[in-house]
Every structure is written in structure tokens, then in C-alpha cells.
Design a protein around this ligand. Sequence first.
Ligand code: ADP
Ligand code: MG
Length: 678
Amino acid sequence: MILKLSSPIGKVKGIGEKYIQILNHQGIFSVFDLLLRFPVYHIDFSSSRSELLVGQEGLFPIELKNARLTRNFKKRISLLKVNGYFKQQPIQIVFFNQPYLLEFFQKHEKVWIYGKVETRDQVFQFTNPGFFPDIKEKKIIPVYRRIATIKSGQIRRIMENIFENLEDDYENLPQPLLEKYNFKTISHSLKEVHSPVKYNENYINIQKQRFVYTEFLLFELELQKIRTFFSHVSRIHGYVINDKIKHSIENSLSFELTADQIHAFEDIVNDLKSDYTMQRLIQGDVGSGKTVVAFLALLVAKENGYQGAFLAPTEILVNQHFRKATDFFTGAQIGIITGSTPLQEKKRIIEGLMKGNIDIIFGTHALLNEKIQFKRLSMIVIDEQHRFGVSQRAALYYKSKSVDLLVTTATPIPRTLLLTLFNDLRVSKIESMPAGRKPIISKIIKPESRNSFYIWLRKKIEKGAKTFIVLPLIEKSDFFHSLRSIEGEAEYYKQAFAPFKVEFISGKSSSLQKDRALKAFFSGKIKILVATTLIEVGIDVKDSDIIVIENADRYGLAQLHQLRGRVGRGELQSYCYLHPSPNITRNGKKRLTTIVSSCNGFEIAEIDLKMRGGGFISGLEQSGFLDFKIGDVKGDYSVLIEAQKDAEQIMKNKSMQNSFISDFLLSVQRKIESISFS
Ligand code: ADP
Ligand code: MG
């Protein structure tokens, strides 16, 4: 039977009802969808290793001796130890929590394993390696990531069945682009990516490029389509800024605006006077004062008789903004709605918004999902917008069709990337800091100076310093190495600083606990707040002047810069102390010295991009902002930029659109139009 790329997966030999269900659930419907699940790597059986070198990864033929399984039911751990030989040298293979492998290793006398050589108690060891029973004729074997319960071996057999019967000349990229990049046909490239005739990593990567490129191109086309659509949304809500409004602006401000804050506000006012709705991004480094500019925009909306909504990514941040708003919007009715708002109160707020009794609402993005109706919403502010994923962001555009949209970000995204990500928004930059700010002094604490550091810190706290201590989340893979839990760590600090009261908050704390601890820290009732990175974004405690970051090298540059930004938000001289972890890497060291040498987010972002440490970019990736299936923004950055330029050409020049592209653009168009606006 002949298969086409568009054939439903049910047509493939080896895929029955059960697999169809599993695959559909993973968004895989056609043969093409499945083929886009590329191998993670290939194993070339013609080139196995000839010796055991610690740290080296590779393929090793192993003679098996015995296998033993131990279980610890209390801890729910099982350990499979397999003993064998590689060229007469004893080796051990261990598998955690895969008791079902016992049978396999008891049954076979010889296996091939693929993994990294380690040593333990002077014996060579492999931990959770890949393994293969027989390799008679297959020379190059692709290894796949599991798809739900379907394992690599099963996927491999299915893929083989597909390639045996695949006959297709389907093409999705327009001819000029194929020529420009010298791409091979889709089926040829797929074949080479999955089962290349000869193994050559570089060659496989070149064959992958067309798929990476296509994914980026569609992403860019969608963004640009959205932009053209929304840049032409006619204004419904008109604004005036008369003397009365100017007066209430002056009354609300408790400090002089910086020149950049004034410029940003002027940009906003100009947008509000234009015939189209506002779509603006305020980009400013940590602590530069973006909130007040956003508040002013909301004030203008309120004074013109409209409602406004302010969205922030976390509950503690929403609470903080709400508290500030209470001082700022003296004559307005403001409300707050988050995941932990009691039902009764929620009802009251929803009614208030619908009837128009509430002028400005603060909330997490729950505010969007709930079917909240406004009487006369005209302005939406989204704080720290990079924290919102692509789909949420699209939803926002759709929701905000006829309203003015202002978003803020502290992520100092480099210019080129900025264009790609935010090419649908106009940008106001806040570069200058409010007057009187002193650059934060950052230092790396050597492990041997830890004790004297704590003695010194105690003295500072006695003299009134307010200190954040940041603990890293313990990752699963650390479980076996680190016996100290994060709670234990917090306990250590509590004892070390007694009689001073230490509060500890983590992701597990209830929102009430978090809010209480932050309030106590804010008011000065407690001087030491131990927390996980949940304090990373936005938290504003003006007089906190010391931040201590444990295992600081574990964080990317972006996160370190954000964390450090929790101090130095007032006129006090502030300090940031970085504790390296025991097994710090070379890049980890470089990150710490970078943070010590610069306080400027833009500078740091540029270094980050060069280092390809990817802190800034992977931050965006993790937040779902750039979660590509095939492409990798770090590794394929230049492809993304090319795709952006091409997308621009395609949008301008219809003759470059083939039927695939124009169908795609049509589907985006439909998506935009299908959203009904209240
Ligand atoms: P971010 O840009 O990181 O969101 P915020 O808006 O939270 O920063 O502002 C940081 C701190 O600086 C706040 O405490 C705010 O009140 C203060 N601030 C903002 N603008 C000024 C200004 N022009 N003069 C003095 N302090 C300011
Ligand atoms: Mg902020």
C-alpha cells in the first residue's frame, strides 16, 4: 500500500486503534506529523568504542555476567545492577526504577549499550544507558524520544514501515525559497534525518534545516499577520486629556518622573489620540519604574470614564500592585481577582465589572480565562509580558481588539530578537534610572569564606539591613546527591540568625503565607526573607539592601539579573552576594563574573547571547514564549532571523505565496475573525 505524507497514521502498518488514540492525543494525525518527531540521536554500530574513557559517551559491546534487583519500598526506589565485561574489563550498569528490565538482562548474554562512562568505587559504570540486543545487519539506528507509552524501539519499527511504503512529492515551501536555501525535497530530507545511509551528524543537521526553517517561517507569518490585522483596528474609545485630568495626574505622583518615563507616557498619549488602538511595549531594566507609567495610562482611561485591567504573572505580584494602586488611584474604585479570591468575593467583583462599579481591576491571567465581562473596558496593561506564553498572548490580542494594550517587560531582549518577538508592538524604552540610585555592588563568596561572610551578614542585619536569601529548587536529578531538602536549608538559616525572625516562602506556601511574609518583610517586622525564585519578578521592597543567592551559578544570566534587581530599588547602597555551588562549571563561573562586572541588563543580555548560555532566550523558551517543536532558538538563531525577513517579503509579495502558505495565512485570518469581541 502506498503511503503519502498526508495519509492518516492509521494507514501505517503497525499502528492500530490503541496507537491511533495515543498519537492523536499528542497532536499526531498524519504520517507527516509523525515523521516530524525526529530521532534524538543515531547510533552508528560500525563505530563502537575501543576503550573505556571516563566522561566519554559511545557505544560498547558488553558480555553479561549477572543482574540483580533491589527495591526499597519505603522510598519507592528500585535499583537494577547488571555486571558484565567490556573486553575483559569488569563494568557495572545501573538502572533506577526500571525493575522490568531484569528479565531482559537475565535472558541475554551479549548487549550493546550506549551511554557515558563513569566510575564508582574504582569500577567503570553506566547509569540508565540505552541498550540493544542484536544488531546483525542494521548499521545506523535512530533513537527516538518516547511518545507517551510508545517506546523508541516501537517508534523505530513504525518509521521503518513508513519509509518502505512512502511515495510522495509533496512540497510546502515556495520555489524561490527552495532555491535560495538549496533545500532537498521533503521526503528525501525526512529519509536522511531518520535513517541516513551514512552516519554524519553534520549532514543530518543540514537535512533538518528545512523543517526548522519552515517552523520559524510559519511562526513569523502568524505574528506578522496578527500585526497587520491589529495595527489597523479603528479606535472606538476616544480620550481627552484636559486640565482636570492633568491635575489628577500631578496629584497621584509622589515623585518626579524621569525623562524616559515622561517620554513613554507621551508615546502612550499620542497612541491614544491616534485613529487606531494602542499596541505598545514598555521595555525597561529591572527597577527602572515601569509600573507608574502603566498606572498613568490606567488613570487616563478611568478619568475618561472607562474601565481598565492590569494583569500580572503571579499572585504575589498582583497583590503588590494592588497595594500600590490603593495609594495611587485615590478617587477610583479598584478591585483584585486571583486564584485565591473567595467565590463570594469573586461574584461581587464580576458583577461590579459588568455594572461598571469597578474602574480598575488587578488580576492574574485567570482574569482573562474567566468569562468576565466589562461594561466599558478600554485599557489592558500586562506586566512582565514575557511570562505569558504565545497562546495566551494571541488570546490577548484577540480580546483586546478594540481596546488599548500596554505591555511591560524587563527582559532586556537584544534588538534583533526584539524585532522577531515583538514586531507587532511599538516600543518605548526606559533606560535611565530614577535619581539617587546607586549601582548594586555584587560579589562572589568563596566557599572557604562562608563562615566569615555569615558573621559579617549578621552584623549588617543587626544594624538594620533587610536581606533576601534565595535558595535553589532541588531538582529531581539532584535527589541522590543532595540530602538537604530546601526546608532543611531554610531551617538552617532560621537557626543561624536567631533571635532574628526568619520567614521562608516557597512554591508550596499558600498565597496567604506568601502574602503575610512579604508584608512583614515590607513593613520591617522581619529582616530576613528566605525564598525560592518565586520572588524573581517584580517584587518591590524599596529598602531591602542585601540579596544572597545560594548556588548562584545554577541560574542563567537573565534570572540572576532579575533576582539581583530585588535590591537597589531605593537610594540605599545595596549588595548582592553570590555563593557558587561546589561543582561549578566553567560557564557557571563566567556567568557569575559577568554579573559582578555589570549592572546593565542590556549589556548582560548581549553577553548572554554571545555565550549562548541562553539564559535570556531559554527563559523565554521555558515560559512558552518560544516553545518550538523542531527549531531551537539558541542553536538556530540565524535561521530565525532569515525566516523573519522572508516572512516580511512573503507578506508583501503575493506571488511568493504558494497554496500551502496562502492556506496557512487564511487559517490565521479565520482564527482572528472567529473571536467575538465584547
Ligand atoms: P520596574 O520597572 O522593575 O517594574 P517599579 O515600577 O516597580 O520597577 O519601580 C521600582 C521602584 O522605583 C518603585 O519603588 C517605584 O516607586 C520607584 N520609582 C519609580 N519611578 C520613580 C521615580 N521617577 N523617582 C523615584 N522613584 C521611582
Ligand atoms: Mg515591575
